[in-house]
Ligand binder design. Structure first.
Ligand code: MN
Ligand code: MN
Length: 461
C-alpha cells in the first residue's frame, strides 16, 4: 500500500509505553508504526526531538450551534480545539446552548438538529452526547432509538431546574445499560445546595463568591454516592462528569474497589486552580470562576492528581463553555444564581494537563495519553481513535516538550473572551496536528470534521 505521509524520528507515546518510532500513514489511517520505516512517501514530516501523541479526545464540551448572529461559533471553537491538539470533540446539546425548542423536547429531533446545524462547521471530528433533562417528557422512551442512531452517551443532571428526578435518573441508567448506552451524571445534591442558596439570598449575600460557598464539597460527594448507589441497583455503568473534590473521589474509589463499573472525569481547572481565586476583589475576575462544581482547595487539587495516578480517575475533559464576560456572564453581575455557569478550555486542555501534570512530575506522559485519548476512546465508543496504533485514524499531535510559553487570551482562537489560565507558564506546545492524516487547525482551511456515529463496546456491568 502506498504511503502518503511518513512521520520520522519522533518518540511515539502510547498508554502502554514510549519508544522511538516512525509512523506511516495511508489515506486517513495509520498503516505502520516502527523503526526505520522507509518510503516512498508523498511527504515526510521530521519529528526529531518531538513526541508523537494521539489526538486528544475531549468528551465534555458545550459547543454553541451556529446562529444568524454568530454563524461561525462552532467552527471557531473547533479550530481552537485543533490548535490545542484535540482532534475529536463530543458536545452536549443541553438547553440554553443553542438547541431549538424542538430539540429540547425530543432527543431524536435534537440529534437531527445538531447534525444539520454542525454539518460543515467543525474543524475536528465531532459527536453528540445528548442531555436528558427533566423537561423532556418522552426522553426515556427515546433512549434506545438514540443509541441505535450513534449517540450512546447521555448527560443527566441531579441539580438545576432541568434535573432528572432521582426515580427517572435510575430508570435512565437501567434503560441505557440494557440498550448499550451509558449515562454521564452531573453530581451535585440539590437538597444541600438549594437551602444554602435560599439562605444566602435572604441575607442579601448575592455576590459571585457565594456561588462557591453555596456548593460545598459535601453536596458533590453526597450526590456522587447517591448516583453510584442508583447505578448499582440498576446494574448499569456510570460515568461521573467533572469530579472536583477529594470527598467525591473517595466515593468513586470505594465503588471501583468493590468492582463496580464507575468511571470518573476531572478537568484541567480542577487540577490547577483553587477557591482562593474567589477572594479576588474584582467582580469581573471572580465571575470567571462561576462554574459548577466550583473550584476547590489545594488539598482537593492534590487528591485529584493522586486519583489520576492511581487509576481512580479515568479521564480529563475540558467542560468547555465558551461564555464571555461581556455577554453570557454580564458584568456588573446579577445575583449569583442567575450567572451562567461555565468557562472555556477547549484549546488549553493538553497544554495545561501536560505542563502541570507531566512537566511537573505529577503524571507520566503515558498516563496522560491514556486519560486524554485512549480511555476516552474506549469508554465513548471511538474505536478508530485514541492511540498511535496500526489501523486507527491518523489523528496525531506532534508535541514539543521543550517549548516554553505563557498562556494568554490574546493568543487563543476560541470564542470566549478570556481564559481561566491567563498568565500560566506552560512547558510544551503542539507543533503540528493531523486529523485523519492531514494538517488541521488553520482558520482559513475548509473544515474537515465529520460527525462520528458511536457504538459502545460492552462495558462490564
Ligand atoms: Mn455539568
Ligand atoms: Mn458541562
Amino acid at each position: 500500500m502506498s504511503v502518503d505521509t511518513l512521520v520520522v524520528g519522533g518518540t511515539v507515546v502510547t498508554a502502554g509505553g514510549s519508544s522511538q518510532a516512525d509512523v506511516a500513514i495511508t489515506g486517513e489511517r495509520i498503516l505502520e508504526v516502527g523503526t526505520g520505516l522507509e518510503g516512498p512517501a508523498a511527504r515526510t514530516i521530521d519529528a526529531t526531538g518531538l513526541l508523537v501523541l494521539p489526538g486528544v479526545i475531549d468528551v465534555h464540551t458545550h459547543l454553541r450551534l451556529p446562529t444568524d448572529e454568530e454563524p461561525d461559533r462552532c467552527l471557531r471553537d473547533t479550530v481552537a480545539a485543533a490548535r490545542g491538539g484535540t482532534t475529536t470533540v463530543l458536545s452536549f446539546n443541553n438547553p440554553g446552548t443553542g438547541i431549538s425548542e424542538a430539540g429540547a423536547g425530543s432527543l431524536l429531533a435534537g440529534l437531527e438538529e445538531f447534525r444539520r446545524r454542525t454539518a460543515g462547521q467543525a474543524a475536528v471530528d465531532i459527536g453528540l452526547s445528548a442531555v436528558v433533562s427533566g423537561h423532556q417528557a418522552r426522553a426515556l422512551e427515546e433512549l434506545p432509538a438514540l443509541i441505535a442512531a450513534g449517540v450512546p452517551t447521555f448527560k443527566a443532571f441531579m441539580v438545576y431546574d432541568f434535573r432528572l428526578p432521582d426515580e427517572r435518573l435510575e430508570a435512565a441508567l437501567r434503560i441505557a445499560a440494557r440498550n448499550g448506552g451509558m449515562l454521564q451524571v452531573h453530581c451535585e445534591e440539590p437538597s444541600i445546595i438549594d437551602p444554602l442558596v435560599a439562605a444566602a439570598l435572604r441575607n442579601g449575600e448575592t455576590d459571585c463568591r457565594h456561588h462557591m460557598l453555596t456548593r460545598p464539597p459535601d453536596a458533590e460527594a453526597a450526590a456522587t454516592r447517591k448516583a453510584i448507589e442508583m447505578a448499582r441497583r440498576a446494574e448499569a455503568p456510570l460515568y461521573i462528569v467533572h469530579l472536583s473534590c477529594e470527598a467525591a473521589l473517595e466515593a468513586v474509589a470505594e465503588a471501583k474497589e468493590r468492582g463496580q463499573p464507575v468511571y470518573a472525569e476531572t478537568c484541567p481547572h480542577y487540577l490547577t486552580l483553587t477557591d482562593a481565586l474567589y477572594d479576588a476583589g474584582d467582580e469581573a475576575e471572580v465571575i470567571k470562576r462561576v462554574i459548577s462544581p466550583p473550584l476547590r482547595s489545594q488539598t482537593d487539587v492534590d487528591a485529584l492528581w493522586a486519583g489520576l495516578r492511581e487509576g481512580f480517575l479515568d479521564v480529563i475533559a475540558s467542560d468547555h463553555v465558551p461564555d464571555r464576560v461581556t455577554v453570557e456572564k454580564q458584568v456588573p453581575a446579577p445575583p449569583f444564581p442567575e450567572i451562567s455557569n461555565g468557562g472555556p478550555g477547549i484549546e488549553t486542555m493538553l497544554a495545561v494537563a501536560w505542563s502541570e501534570g507531566v512537566a511537573r512530575g505529577r503524571l507520566g506522559a503515558e498516563r496522560l495519553v491514556d486519560v486524554l485519548a485512549t480511555t476516552p476512546a474506549r469508554l465513548f465508543g471511538l474505536s478508530d481513535k485514541g492511540a498511535v496504533e496500526v489501523g486507527r485514524d491518523a489523528d496525531l499531535v506532534l508535541w514539543d516538550p521543550a517549548a516554553r510559553r505563557t498562556l494568554r487570551q490574546a493568543d487563543l482562537h476560541h470564542t470566549s473572551d478570556y481564559t481561566p489560565f491567563e498568565g500560566l507558564e506552560i512547558s510544551g506546545a503542539p507543533v503540528r496536528v493531523l486529523l485523519r492524516g492531514r494538517d488541521c487547525g488553520a482558520p482559513e482551511q475548509a473544515p474537515r470534521g465529520r460527525f462520528v456515529e458511536r457504538t459502545l463496546r460492552p462495558l462490564p456491568a
